[in-house]
Write a protein that binds this ligand. Structure first.
Ligand code: NAI
Length: 351
């Protein structure tokens, strides 16, 4: 039997470890070619001769690249992520199927969001360096009780819901906003659906758990920041472009924003997942962000748990198997699905 060939872009040693482990199952045993670089116009030709390409969050799959993949006979783009904002779904529609991993470990991301909150609040990231230097003073490390404060959770999907439950456990008042409210969930947890303005005006901590769509690009901007409480903490583990970073910096400079925990950044594609420790950062916005003592940046690691990596590898290989061996696409995403309008008429496929 001819082995299916997968070109896996932007792959790191941990991807290889988890994919090799799952791929050892005889029902897969695919030929996986691990390519460390991003998927882009310079690397797309490496996909020639493969059956499927597998990409990650910072691989921008645009119209030109889709055209090229199509010429190579690629029939499937398998995303190793839940988010799909990096793929031009309109261009791929009717040409190449796109599948994703809709859920791997929402706990991983939710727990990381809360880790950012706790670190920023109690300044453990700063205390760590002090005590290592035998400096046992606690000046300027003062935080606040989260108990009794108000959290605003934007997006109550799989991740946002877990964040709500954790914060409720802290005794916080949890306000939520979603385009499609889940009132049963609100009733069960005691979270309260409100409009965005109420979230902005009353939250001590605002945390973003909605996908990036054309409608919510830069939803956190100079105007929305001006409506927030003084000293608000902003957490973003969603997607970088949900925040206008220049406006965030102005908010931090004016002290309107008390702190920011960012696992994602608008221009992260040029930096995240790579080592720049021996180089100057030429992105002045990122460099400025890194100067603030009350900004904590992690490089898109919220998903990064053993459970999540195993689940991503398993679902991705199963997505490939189901398409090529059973002609099924349960985790397909097309531009109509993303707008909630997909009918999936043909064998569960989008086109
Ligand atoms: P989900 O699809 O389960 O939930 C998203 C929720 O956001 C849905 O309830 C949806 O109705 C709501 N929503 C959509 N547009 C909205 C808007 N404009 N305003 C308010 N709510 C809106 O997705 P899940 O699994 O909870 O993930 C959320 C996001 O987290 C993903 O789209 C992805 O961008 C990000 N993510 C980040 C990771 C990381 O490592 N930092 C890992 C996984 C996901």
């Amino acid at each position: 039997m001819v082995k299916l060939r997968i070109a896996m872009f932007d792959s790191k040693p941990y991807d290889k470890e988890f994919f090799d482990r799952i791929n050892a199952d005889p029902k897969y045993s695919y030929e996986i070619h691990y390519i460390p670089g991003h998927f882009n116009k310079d690397t797309v030709s490496l996909a020639r001769g493969f059956d499927a390409v597998c990409v990650f969050v910072n691989d921008a799959v645009d119209e030109e690249l889709i055209k090229e993949l199509r010429e190579y006979g690629i029939r499937l783009i398998a995303l190793r992520s839940a988010g799909y904002n990096n793929v031009d779904l309109k261009s791929s529609y009717g040409k190449i199927h796109v599948v994703r991993v809709p859920a791997y470990s929402p706990y991983a991301v939710a727990e990381h969001a809360v880790a950012l909150m706790l670190s920023l609040n109690r300044k453990t990231h700063k205390a760590y360096f002090r005590t290592r230097d035998s400096n046992f003073t606690i000046n300027n490390l003062i935080g606040f009780d989260m108990h009794g404060k108000t959290a605003g959770v934007i997006g109550t999907g799989k991740i946002g819901k877990i964040v709500c439950e954790i914060l409720k456990g802290f005794g916080m008042q949890v306000l939520v906003h979603d385009l499609y409210p889940d009132h049963k969930f609100a009733e069960q947890t005691g979270a309260k659906y409100v409009d965005l303005d109420t979230i902005y005006k009353t939250s001590d901590i605002i945390t973003l758990h909605c996908p990036l769509t054309p409608e919510n690009v830069h939803m956190i901007n100079i105007d929305t920041i001006s409506r927030m409480k003084n000293g608000v903490m902003i957490i973003n583990t969603g997607r970088g472009k949900l925040i206008n970073t220049r406006d965030l910096i102005e908010g931090l400079k004016s002290r309107k924003i008390g702190s920011a925990g960012l696992d994602v950044y608008e221009e992260e594609g040029d930096y995240f997942f790579e080592d720049f420790s021996a180089e100057a950062i030429s992105d002045d916005v990122l460099a400025r962000l890194l100067t603030f003592p009350n900004v904590l940046i992690t490089a898109h690691q919220a998903f990064f748990t053993r459970e999540a990596l195993a689940s991503i590898a398993e679902t991705t290989l199963e997505n490939v198997r189901l398409f090529f061996e059973e002609d099924k696409l349960p985790n397909e995403i097309c531009y109509r699905c993303s707008e909630g309008k997909c009918v999936k008429q043909e064998k569960g496929k989008c086109f």
